[in-house]
Every structure is written in C-alpha cells, then in structure tokens.
Design a protein around this ligand. Structure first.
Ligand SMILES: [Zn+2]
Length: 120
C-alpha cells in the first residue's frame, strides 16, 4: 500500500476479507447486522475459487432457507444468522466464494442439528 491514508485513526480496526491474494485495500465503514459500525482499513483478498452456480443463486435470492425473506447477497436472514454460533457468524462475514459456500454448508448442518435437539 503506497497511498498515504488521511483522516484515519491509528486505532482503526483492520479487517481482512477472503483468504486469497490481497488485491485491494480500502478505508471504509464496516456495518454489522446488529446495527453497529466502525471505520476500518479493509484488505480485500480474492477468493481462490468461486462458489458453485447453485450457491450463487441462493445468495442472489431473497428467500432464506427457513422460508423468511433475507437480504440479497447474504446467506441467511437475520433470524437464522443470529441463531448461529458466533464463530460461524464471523466466518460467514469473512469468507467469500467457495470458502463461504463451505462455511454455509457447515452452518446449515449445525442448524439442522440444533433443530433436532429442540424437538426432542
Ligand atoms: Zn432464515
């Protein structure tokens, strides 16, 4: 990063999205689903592999797996997302492409396990 960044606090958080090669660095605001936000230096790493067409379709859809409406581009609706363990939520936020798809599949499986536990 050769550009000198003005107006950014030395305490600003650093976020890395993706695990591939870092292709761009931006200073921006990170908005979370809980409504909080913060200024951060964001490194955007390219995902080495793209997700499957099926998963991309799911992301583009506004229907969550539970039947509720979700935001386009997000894997789950707010309700389903909040029910996931915090580690999984962090991974869902951080991963892209095929890696996000793998985390999504894992989240779905843990969601089903939780549902079974509840009905017993
Ligand atoms: Zn849902």
């Amino acid at each position: 990063m050769l550009k000198f960044l003005k107006n950014i606090s030395p305490d600003a958080a650093v976020h890395i999205f993706g695990t591939g090669e870092v292709r761009s660095v931006v200073v921006g605001t990170v908005h979370r689903l809980d409504g909080s936000s913060n200024e951060a230096v964001i490194f955007i790493a390219e995902s080495p592999r793209p997700a499957s067409a099926e998963f991309k379709q799911r992301l583009d859809s506004v229907a969550c797996i539970c039947g509720d409406q979700k935001q386009k581009g997000l894997p789950f609706c707010g309700k389903c997302f909040c029910r996931l363990p915090v580690e999984l939520r962090d991974l869902l936020r951080a991963k892209r492409g095929a890696e996000l798809e793998a985390v999504y599949d894992f989240a779905l499986a843990s969601r089903r396990r939780a549902a079974r536990r509840k009905t017993r």
